[in-house]
Design a protein around this ligand. Structure first.
Ligand SMILES: *Cc1c(COP(=O)(O)O)cnc(C)c1O
Length: 405
């Protein structure tokens, strides 16, 4: 074993905002991470849906190192050639028109809200300010997005919250219609609530949202920060429904691990954003653009997403077998593609399961609603899926009540 470079047990100067595991990773390849003590971990977390193509993907490494040797940063006071390319790619892939670049998910969702409000203002409807969000929603941690997020515990001690956000019952069209009115600028929706427990909206819900929003003159914002960029097996998670949002927020997986956020808008809405209305120092810098372009190139390769869907179906079958094997522990399976949730019965200790799996060198992510999330790189192989399932079997067996053994 190598000597650890850093002793994590010593007094840390890092702010204690996370309940961190005492592991530090120093390198990664594909779906595998190596700790500073030389141990290998199977990564079914992807840094919370970020490492779309796993670790050290050769195309990404080449794109980023090539850009690093040329130019890191200029400013949005000048044209950034990489932005022009990535914006065209995102516009053409989404069927929308204009892209604003930032550095994170919360910045993307917050910019989406600003764009929606400003579009109403420019239309002569300044009273349209409210954003309708769903119960269980997660949109980020800035003050604005804390108000949009439905996790009251995250807000404790950070008040007052910005006004203008209401929450309507998840997946309930009647509740949404009742909340719509001339004060509503937009409905912001996650088609799969990642942090909320890999919960999918019911079939037909998004089409209903689009229809109701149109009827009441509101916009539709798709928060694709977690579910977008191939995670569900489609580039955008709403694609199968045939709806087109007015605004799409992206981040996590878009640059495969390089910090990025992006908002795509229709021309009609994006036109409200004139020089000076919004900005970001780092947003869309050449390094981020090189990484995002590389990710989109791979996702756009012939057959890539078809192959993702096939391997996701393989995982789905394995998860159903797991549920059959452990009915007293697994209440339901959630999500789709490689954004999957295992909803555990309330009697199962989720943090204990996550820790046990990590001790067995499998990385997973807990979510709300006693749900274990599996978010492997989209490139995960079938034998790695088998290994992850085998580790789940071992952990669940060890934790199972008598009935499930
Ligand atoms: C993670 C997430 C965010 C916030 O992203 P950050 O990069 O952490 O700011 C927003 N919306 C959704 C759906 C997310 O999953």
């Amino acid at each position: 074993m190598n000597q650890k470079a850093v002793d994590y047990a010593a007094d840390s100067a890092v702010m204690q905002t996370y309940g961190r595991a005492e592991i530090g990773f120093v390198r990664g390849e594909g779906c595998w991470l190596e700790s500073d003590s030389g141990e290998k971990y199977l990564d079914c977390a992807s840094g919370i849906a970020v490492n779309t193509l796993g670790h050290s993907h050769p195309h990404l490494v080449a794109a980023l190192t090539e850009q690093a040797g040329k130019l890191w940063h200029t400013s949005n006071l000048y044209r950034i050639p990489g932005q022009e390319i990535v914006a065209k790619m995102l516009a053409s892939l989404s069927g929308l028109d204009q892209v604003f670049f930032c550095n994170s998910g919360a910045e993307a969702t917050e910019a989406a809200v600003k764009i929606a409000r400003r579009a109403a203002y420019e239309k002569g409807e300044p009273e349209r300010m409210t954003i309708l969000c769903a119960t269980g929603a997660f949109h980020g941690r800035t003050l604005g997005m804390l108000a949009a997020t439905d996790r009251p515990v995250f807000r404790t001690g950070f008040g007052p919250m910005p006004a203008g956000f209401d929450h309507v019952s998840f997946g309930n069209l009647n509740a949404l219609r009742a909340a719509l009115g001339p004060h509503v600028a937009a409905v912001m929706v996650e088609s799969v609530q990642g942090e909320g427990g890999a919960k999918q909206v019911p079939d037909g819900y998004l089409a209903g949202v689009r229809e109701a929003a149109d009827e009441f003159g509101a916009l539709v914002i798709a928060d694709e920060v977690q579910a977008g960029i191939g995670r569900t097996g489609r580039l955008f998670s709403y694609e199968d429904t045939g709806i087109k949002p007015d605004i799409v927020a992206l981040a996590k997986g878009l640059a495969g691990g390089f910090p990025i956020g992006a908002v795509i808008a229709s021309k009609a809405v994006g036109a409200a954003m004139t020089p000076g209305t919004h900005g970001s120092t780092f947003g869309g810098n050449p390094l981020a653009m090189a990484a995002a372009k590389a990710v989109l190139e791979i996702l756009g390769e012939d057959g890539f997403l078809t192959d993702v869907r096939e391997r996701a179906a393989y995982l789905d079958t394995a998860l159903h077998q797991l549920q059959t094997q452990f009915p007293a522990m697994i209440e339901a399976l959630r999500g789709r593609g490689f954004l999957r949730g295992i909803r555990l019965h309330d009697s199962v200790d989720l943090p204990a399961l996550v820790n046990r799996l990590r001790d067995d060198h499998l990385l997973t992510v807990p979510a709300a609603d006693n749900t274990l999330r599996l978010l492997p790189p989209l490139t995960i192989h079938r034998d790695e899926i088998d290994l992850a399932i085998a580790k789940l079997v071992t952990a669940l067996t060890a934790m199972a009540p008598r009935d499930d053994q």
